[in-house]
Design a protein around this ligand. Sequence first.
Ligand SMILES: Cc1cc2nc3c(=O)[nH]c(=O)nc-3n(C[C@H](O)[C@H](O)[C@H](O)COP(=O)(O)OP(=O)(O)OC[C@H]3O[C@@H](n4cnc5c(N)ncnc54)[C@H](O)[C@@H]3O)c2cc1C
Length: 416
Amino acid sequence: MQSLGFTPAVGDTELTAQQRSLLSLAHELGERKFAPRARQWDETATFPFANYEDLRDSGLLALCVPKDHGGGGSDYATYMMVAAEIGRFCGATALTWNMHICSTMWTGVLADGVPMTEEQRAEHVRRRELHFRRVVQDGAIYAQPFSEGSAAAAGRAPFGTTARKVDGGWIVNGRKIFASLSGAANYYGILCTEDREGVKPDPRDTLYLAVPADSKGFAISGEWNPLGMRGTVSRNLTFQDVFVSDDEQLMPRGVYFKGAQTWPAMFFTLAPTYLGLANAAYDFTVKYLRGEVEGEPPVKRRMYPTKQVAVAQMRIQLENLKSIFLRAIREARPNPGKDERMRLYAAQYTVMEGANDLARLAIRTCGGQGMMKHLPLERIYRDSRCGSLMLPWTAELVLDRMGRETLYEPGEKDEA
Ligand SMILES: Cc1cc2nc3c(=O)[nH]c(=O)nc-3n(C[C@H](O)[C@H](O)[C@H](O)COP(=O)(O)OP(=O)(O)OC[C@H]3O[C@@H](n4cnc5c(N)ncnc54)[C@H](O)[C@@H]3O)c2cc1C
């Protein structure tokens, strides 16, 4: 097999020709363009518009749009590999790109594996054409604001944002928090609950709608000054009697709920960003200890046994992250078995907590001069802390699910 000339963030594994070429593209874009710009977005907490121009020009905004709709036709595993490569150079770009790509995966490759009636399937096939066309032809960007600050994004309550059916569309009311790409997206793919007058709100009535950024009654508000992932610009959204036409449905009524149950691996799509960051922490440490960081004095620190041990520990942890990540993305499919599901949770936990642990070790090992703001390490440390806070699979909720689903089979309850 011909060498790529670098070890991809997912590891030196078997790759298809398409994966090799996409990984080369992502590596080249990341190294030449995204890495040098990453400090700027972090310092100013602004959106990486310049990177999105590059993603658009290189066809990466349409990566997962099916080929017969003019897109790249990449599958889930390929996306996950490419995202990890981008995360290695700019966490905020990888994380926001994930939100956009998921909008095309939910409607594309994943929807194909979700049960639908014939009528729903026909409706979906017709409607998704519009969304794919916007991405492919206009270079449109889709955000994925699900969170509301309630138990909804954790999957434990209906969304408080509601959509009421009217002639030709929906009237949306509500609020979202942490909407990455706010102000940058052309469409906001929200989850909301169908407001069926007199009927108790139910998660099974979740609707997935694209709200155009120029809709009347739609507004972005709030400060954005977080610890890490500052370039994601994840502000609040409000919807006040926003009319959204029927064509903006990203999935037919009631299908998102089934989709989320059918495709748990969709909730693993935030992880590649953090696998990328884990690689970045490791890459930097090796370069730094060898005295090879550009612009820094060529001071070598590699001769100290304690630093060698730390690098070995980092490598062991990184290999663990890569192995479980690769296994999880390769076996991702609709309706996974119990072991696959457990492994998916374990992979999420391992990557999200592991990335920050690697960044912590990197800072300890490189020492004081290594954490100065002109170097990437302290940003990687802050960015990597954000992964396990993300719903629905926060580190805590993953432990919660694993414990419960190990000890209880579906339907089992204890006597009161
Ligand atoms: C950088 C960044 C970018 C983000 N971008 C997006 C985005 O684009 N789209 C999006 O939808 N979200 C996004 N999020 C939000 C993220 O997914 C979470 O929703 C958010 O971090 C939760 O914050 P919170 O303070 O509301 O959390 P919490 O208060 O921890 O959780 C909210 C609610 O979930 C339930 N819950 C949480 N933990 C538990 C537990 N252990 N047991 C039981 N119930 C629990 C509770 O009801 C709780 O009130 C982003 C977050 C970050 C940090």
